[in-house]
Design a protein around this ligand. Sequence first.
Ligand SMILES: Nc1nc2c(ncn2[C@@H]2O[C@H](COP(=O)(O)OP(=O)(O)OP(=O)(O)O)[C@@H](O)[C@H]2O)c(=O)[nH]1
Ligand SMILES: [Mg+2]
Length: 219
Amino acid sequence: MEIQVMKNILGENDKIADENIKLFAEKKVFVLNLMGSPGAGKTSLLEKTIAKLKDKIKIAVIEGDLFTDKDAARVEKYGVEVVQINTVGGCHLDAAMVAKVAAKLDLDALDLLIVENVGNLVCPAEFRVGEDERAVVLSITEGDDKPLKYPLIFKESAVALLNKIDLLKFCNFDLESAKSDITALNPTVKIIECSCTQEKGLDEWRDYLYKVVKEKTEA
Ligand SMILES: Nc1nc2c(ncn2[C@@H]2O[C@H](COP(=O)(O)OP(=O)(O)OP(=O)(O)O)[C@@H](O)[C@H]2O)c(=O)[nH]1
Ligand SMILES: [Mg+2]
């Protein structure tokens, strides 16, 4: 039965995710699962994050992509280790994929491992990879109805980044309505309005990330 199969897949994934969590706890590596639709600005956010934080904390990146290594090539330019996972059509990363990569990384030398998930507002939220926190990037060009239409990813994220606010005047995106929908889904979520191209809101994000990484690595 289809329902049973899905339950088994998720159950098996959860077991591996729990093993990953144990490993990342032993090694004191903070893992961020960065999610969002295709083109929302995940890699742009990574570039801006790494550029400012890489001298303060040791960062590596796992890039999830269907077929290409385009994002990995962008991130590598910032001088951090990047490992590409191609899902060959798969719509999300899973815990086993991350475990395989983690086994090859020098985790003792890392503070932060950022996993850029496959661009998708649905499937990645179903599969834990062993992360400490999730963050979702929503571009305002996607529409203010998206939080309620795709609730799980917003419910499960510690941070929701509303990106491309430089385009606000061109889009009929109701910022207050989107923010109140996100908060209704997830009362503890931190909402950050940002623009990766115009360097807005990014310090708030970087300060937050730095703080949660340090809380784990210095515990
Ligand atoms: N105007 C504007 N464009 C942005 C902003 N952030 C990203 N972009 C542009 O949006 C496009 C997609 O950005 P990416 O960072 O590649 O998006 P992504 O979420 O990593 O995309 P996938 O990995 O394909 O899912 C690029 O052309 C970026 O330059 C922003 O704040 N404002
Ligand atoms: Mg990307």
